[in-house]
Every structure is written in C-alpha cells, then in structure tokens.
Design a protein around this ligand. Structure first.
Ligand code: ADP
Ligand code: MG
Length: 253
C-alpha cells in the first residue's frame, strides 16, 4: 500500500517540485515504485521529467474533474520505477470548478484510491497556495513533506500551513502527520543558512531530515533538460544528497 505524501509549502520557490522530481527519481533508482502526482497548474514536476505536455491525452485534471480513471492519465517517466500523473495549465480551472463539487475537499483521495496498491510512495507536488487543490492534497495524504528554504523568513507563513493541517486533521483526515521537514538550498558558506537550520530544528525537532539539500547549480539546470538530477549529473552534490535523502527515508520504513 502506498504512503501518500504531500510535498507542501504555500511559499513558491522553496524546492517543492525539485524535491518531487529528484527525490522520486532517487527512490525509484533504489527499487521503490513511485508515483508523482503533479498538482500544480504550472506543471513543473511534469516538465521536470521531460514529459511533453502537448503530447498528453489526459492529465490529472481529467481524473479530478471528468471522472476519468487516474490510471489512464498516468505516464511512465524517464526515471526508473517512477510514473507521473501529469498536470497542465488546465488544472488552474479546477481550483474554481471544485467549489461546486460534492465532497469537494476529498476528490483527490477518491481519485488515487484505485492506484494505491501499485506504488510504495505517492508524492503530491502541491501548488504555492492554500486553496482547494492544496486542501485536496491534505485530505488525500497520509503525511506532509515540508521543504523549507534556508533563508531569512523561512518560518514565516508556516503557522498558516500548520493551521490548515490542523483544520483538515480535525475534520477530514484525523491521522494526517508530518512526514518530514526538508531544508533546501543550503549555502554552506553562510552562517545565516546554518542559523535557519538551527531555528527550524528547534521548532520541528526530529521531524527535520538529517539530510540537507545544498544550493547546487546542477539541480537548477536539470529541469531545463527534462531530467531528474541523478540522470542529468549523477556525480553532482545535488544528486548525491537526494540519494542520501532517499536512503534516510527508506531506513525509516
Ligand atoms: P517550488 O516548487 O517550491 O516553487 P522549485 O522546486 O520549482 O520550487 O524551485 C524553485 C527554483 O529554484 C527552480 O528554478 C529550481 O530549479 C531552483 N532550485 C530548487 N532547489 C535548488 C537547489 N537546491 N539548488 C539550486 N537551485 C534550486
Ligand atoms: Mg513547484
């Protein structure tokens, strides 16, 4: 049975999609069966795997709003053992159209149910907001992976995310938990980066992954080639740290 993990932070640019692509590819390389659900209309996880959005017959929107089986929308990615439920800009409409749908917060949960047996991990790459799409991810998820950028103001806005989590937990998904907090874009040269990590550790304790993702140019180049970091440059520190993170996650199973 898959663990469904929402990669979530309503701030943009903190490394959600990078984590969705590169961590999934690393887990896949270690033999885990992984599905990445691209749940951001920007479709960065989709293009990060080199999937051409113009070639798609169906995407996650069709599963969500048109009751198409999600298995019909899922495509294999360039990474071993990793499938993707792709997103296009069409998904932006769902944020509004879901409002009038019955049980509107639980649609993704029902959509994913038929494929839970097929994967070890299902990652939902969330959009940078706390709207209905994100609420659907909170209801569908067993737990949350929260990427936090090693920058000043890193913790700002997190209380809002945790408030949304508490709300969903009390009403719709009582067992929702934090899977882990991932420090991203760490700059080893700055003490600020170090201080932010200490601050986040003081707040989240052992929920923070031991593995920290460094700021690494290969991680930012890889998506423009449509490749996960471990396929773009396996020797880069970015790729190695995602492999280390995958190992850390598997060791917790
Ligand atoms: P989000 O999905 O939270 O908006 P992204 O994963 O798209 O964030 O990352 C934002 C930008 O930063 C992207 O251009 C990405 O390539 C780049 N980036 C992400 N993580 C790193 C990193 N560790 N080192 C360097 N660049 C990164
Ligand atoms: Mg993103």
């Amino acid at each position: 049975m898959a663990q469904v993990i929402a990669i979530i932070n309503q701030k943009g640019g903190v490394g959600k999609s990078t984590t969705a692509v590169d961590l999934s590819a690393a887990l896949g390389a270690m033999g885990k069966r992984v599905l990445v659900v691209d749940f951001d209309p920007q479709g960065n996880a989709t293009s990060g795997f080199g999937i051409d959005k113009d070639d798609l017959q169906l995407d996650i929107y069709d599963a969500l709003m048109d009751a198409k089986p999600v298995s019909d929308a899922i495509v294999a990615s360039c990474a071993q053992n990793v499938d993707v439920a792709p997103a296009t800009i069409e998904l932006a409409g769902a944020e509004i159209e879901l409002v009038s749908v019955m049980a509107r917060e639980s649609v993704l949960r029902y959509v994913l149910e038929p494929v839970l047996e097929s994967y070890d991990y299902i990652f939902v790459d969330c959009p940078p907001s706390l709207g209905l799409l994100t609420v659907n991810a909170l209801v569908a998820a067993d737990s949350l992976l929260i990427p936090i950028q090693c920058e000043f103001y890193a913790l700002e806005g997190l209380s809002k995310l945790l408030e949304s989590m508490r709300m969903v937990k009390s009403r719709l998904n009582p067992t929702l938990d934090i899977f882990g907090v991932l420090m991203t874009m760490h700059d080893v040269r700055t003490t600020l980066s170090r201080q932010v990590i200490d601050e986040v550790r003081a707040y989240f304790g052992d929920k923070v992954f031991r593995t920290v993702i460094p700021r690494n140019v290969k991680l930012s180049e890889a998506p423009s080639h449509g490749l996960p970091a471990i396929l773009y440059d396996a020797d880069s520190t970015g790729a190695k740290n995602h492999l280390a993170l995958a190992k850390e996650i598997i060791s917790k199973e």
